[in-house]
Design a protein around this ligand. Structure first.
Ligand code: PLP
Length: 518
């Protein structure tokens, strides 16, 4: 009997026009045939587009798509799956950006492997939620096995633990939360009289390199630290953290009464694909008693590399590590994890709620992952990695990542030998940062010509490349994560870039000649 006394009599639900039609959309034992049919309609649409994509992008503009999307009346359904898929095609699929295309060379987006797509389809249908055992069962234990496996690959030791997260940003945030709470505990423990929490937080600092990821700054902000809480130390010519500067910064903080709560080393900087000297940094952190976090969001692919695992040497000394399987394990977004050397540190993310994960459950040893996570309801993203490892195996994933690292070295050689271009620091992973040098152009025209080349290339859809700044100057960037991209693709894209940039430089010089300023 209902506590409120209301009934489920369909005649009283005047607001719902056709409950039985609505119920037909629910995924359950009675609708499995529909589930199979509808999902394969979607699979067919994607397969068609992928098979027919001759460019990574159509060059569509926000101005062209915005009115189409704004014009949709979300209160008036189409009712029919095919019609909705036709509409979706117009609004999204037709103009999507294709990471599987060999001339998508822009950001840290990988082509995805089919075993992971299988996992993605299955995990969302079953919809297990990894916050508690009673919403997930085996999924929780499988996530734990993958955490254990990853921690083993890193070499974090028997006490290690961790949790899957939504991405590197969240992993870094959680790592900084744990480090902050540990630093706070230590400061309070060492003080003669208990200091105010705000007073302690104001003295906390995070040290990272100038090439570190901006999510560290965002984490500091979310954790209530001041905007000056992140100190960036300079990098060497190879864009790796300078350890002499790190040691100096830690010393300076100590002299000024500041507390370095964490050093964030980067294993695979987003722009340069370089790896900070992890062993030396670990030495410095150990001597100073500072938490070492290694952001391996990008470089984690080396954990399965058959030939380059040594590049991560020293990572095993970290207190916490960020890995993004959706960057270099060929997994669909999202798939990421935070690992910690000492699993007990995860307690700083624990809160016992009577309705969900009472302390009693923890005492009984019930595996409730919410105790380790800053999320509550959480996807079984681990399913994708699980099927990837069980179908392909880690060596196959590592071989794919190795291929793109080789490709980046080949691209670097190509650029280095080409007088039209200038290359920045040599990547240890799979990025290449470079710029076109127009004949006789000064710094500002060189900047503009490169900016123009990137935009013109994207507008044509022929290829997508990224842009970044190096010491204040505009550069272009390839992020190579597609093992199907060839050196010939890269040579072709370089020719296109050179054409666009040279055209721009010529047009600008001509315009300047015909209408002199002043
Ligand atoms: C991409 C990246 C991040 C952020 O990861 P998301 O998964 O995009 O949130 C953090 N650190 C580094 C070095 C990255 O390259």
């Amino acid at each position: 009997m209902s506590l409120t006394g209301s009934t489920l009599d369909s005649s009283s639900t005047g607001a719902v026009p056709d409950l039985s039609a609505a119920r037909a959309h629910l995924f359950n034992a009675g609708s499995v045939a529909r589930y199979q049919r509808v999902l394969s309609q979607g699979v067919d649409r994607v397969a068609d587009r992928v098979a027919g994509a001759d460019r990574p992008f159509t060059g569509v503009t926000p101005e062209a798509l915005a009115p189409l999307i704004a014009g949709i009346d979300l209160d008036r359904p189409l009712g029919d799956t095919d019609a909705a898929l036709d509409e979706l095609n117009e609004l999204w699929l037709r103009d999507a950006v294709w990471f599987h295309h060999p001339r998508y060379l822009a950001h840290l987006n990988c082509p995805v492997v089919i075993p992971a797509l299988l996992g993605e389809a299955m995990l969302s249908a079953v919809n297990s939620s990894l916050d508690t055992w009673d919403q997930s069962a085996g999924a929780t234990l499988m996530e734990r096995r993958l955490i254990e496996w990853t921690a083993g690959r890193i070499g974090l030791g028997a006490a290690a633990d961790g949790v899957f997260t939504s991405g590197g940003t969240q992993s870094n945030l959680q790592a900084m939360l744990l480090a902050r709470e540990e630093a706070y505990r230590r400061v309070v423990g060492a003080a003669a009289t208990r200091p105010a929490r705000t007073e302690v937080l104001a003295r906390l600092r995070i040290v990272t390199s100038a090439a570190g990821h901006f999510s560290v700054q965002k984490a500091a902000k979310m954790l209530g630290l001041g905007s000056d809480a992140v100190l960036t130390v300079p990098t060497d010519a190879g864009r790796r953290m300078r350890t002499d500067e790190l040691a100096r910064t830690i010393d300076r903080c100590r002299r000024e009464g500041l507390v370095v709560m964490a050093v964030v080393a980067t294993a695979g900087t987003t722009d340069f694909g370089t790896i900070d000297p992890l062993t030396q940094i670990a030495e410095i952190c150990a001597a100073a008693g500072v938490w070492l976090h290694v952001d391996a969001a990008y470089g984690c692919g080396l954990l399965v590399s058959p030939t380059r695992r040594h590049l991560l040497h020293g990572i095993e000394r970290a207190d916490s590590v960020t890995v993004d399987y959706h960057k270099s394990f060929f997994q669909p977004v999202s798939s990421s994890a935070l690992l910690v050397r000492d699993g007990r540190m995860l307690r700083h993310a624990t809160w016992h709620a009577d309705y969900l994960n009472p302390a009693r459950a923890a005492e009984q040893g019930i595996p409730n992952q919410v105790d380790k996570s800053i999320q509550t309801t959480r996807r079984f993203d681990a399913c994708k990695l699980w099927l990837t490892l069980r179908i392909m195996g880690p060596d196959a994933v590592g071989a794919l990542f190795d291929r793109v690292v080789d490709l980046a070295a080949e691209a670097w050689q190509l650029l280095d030998a080409d007088p039209r271009f200038q290359v920045a620091a040599r990547s240890q992973l799979s990025t290449v940062v470079f710029r076109y040098l127009p004949d006789g152009a000064g710094p500002s025209l060189t900047d503009e010509a490169n900016l123009h080349a990137r935009e013109a290339l994207a507008a044509s859809g022929a290829a997508l490349v990224a842009g970044t700044k190096v010491d204040g100057a505009h550069y272009l960037k390839f992020t190579l994560l597609n093992p199907e991209t060839t050196v010939a693709d890269i040579a072709h894209v370089l020719d296109l870039i050179a054409e666009h940039a040279a055209w721009y430089a010529r047009a600008s010089s001509a315009a300047e000649l015909s209408c002199p300023v002043g």
